[in-house]
Design a protein around this ligand. Structure first.
Ligand code: HEC
Length: 164
């Protein structure tokens, strides 16, 4: 009787252990090197956590991927989300601060004109209701997700054929 109880407990512990192992294997875990991105144009870097990455990915797929599928830009294939294009913008957008600023106050590539009536932004929630759910953490996470992609996907991100 005592042995049976012991066996039942041992079995429960074993099954619980398996379940833990299986669920942690399911969660995506990306190497820290890939998750290290530029925080601002002064060149400070920051590590995006796996949770921030997952959150940013979900937001990107919900709100951005319809135009920025795989880092390309529908209707303007010259201004993609690959690093060289982000770097070449004025002000540079190849950092979390640069992309967050673009989502708050999008400008033409040369920085001359506001395009907040053409590109979604949090400054015109009357036009872009999909941005109402974006808190500052969300802007940070989606920017982080975009900046991890070039390291993960290389030339595939923002490269290749654009279908307009
Ligand atoms: C309806 C289509 C559309 C959607 C949706 C969209 N974008 Fe864009 N995005 C564009 C276009 C077009 C441009 C190029 C703007 C220009 O002509 O200067 C652009 C440019 C950008 C740039 C500047 C790229 C560079 O190289 O300088 C960033 C950053 C950006 N988008 C981020 C986002 C993010 C983040 C989202 C989602 C929250 C998003 N976009 C959703 C169409 C879209």
């Amino acid at each position: 009787m005592r042995f049976l109880r012991f066996a039942a407990i041992a079995l429960a512990v074993l099954l619980f252990g398996f379940q833990m192992a299986a669920s942690s294997a399911r969660a995506v875990s990306i190497d820290e090197g890939y998750r290290t991105v530029k925080l601002n144009k002064e060149g400070k870097t920051v590590v995006i956590t796996n949770e921030q990455y997952e959150d940013g990915k979900k937001l990107f797929n919900d709100t951005c991927s319809q135009c920025h599928m795989a880092g390309r830009t529908k209707t303007n294939p010259n201004i993609t989300l690959k690093l060289e294009d982000l770097e070449g913008a004025f002000p540079p957008r190849d950092s979390i601060a640069g992309i967050v600023d673009f989502m708050k106050d999008p400008k033409t590539y040369d920085g001359e004109l506001s395009i907040d009536v053409l590109h979604l932004s949090t400054s015109r929630l009357d036009l872009w209701s999909e941005m109402r759910k974006y808190k500052s953490d969300d802007l940070y996470n989606v920017a982080g997700y975009i900046l991890v992609q070039p390291a993960l996907q290389g030339e595939m991100w923002g490269g290749g054929k654009t279908v307009n």
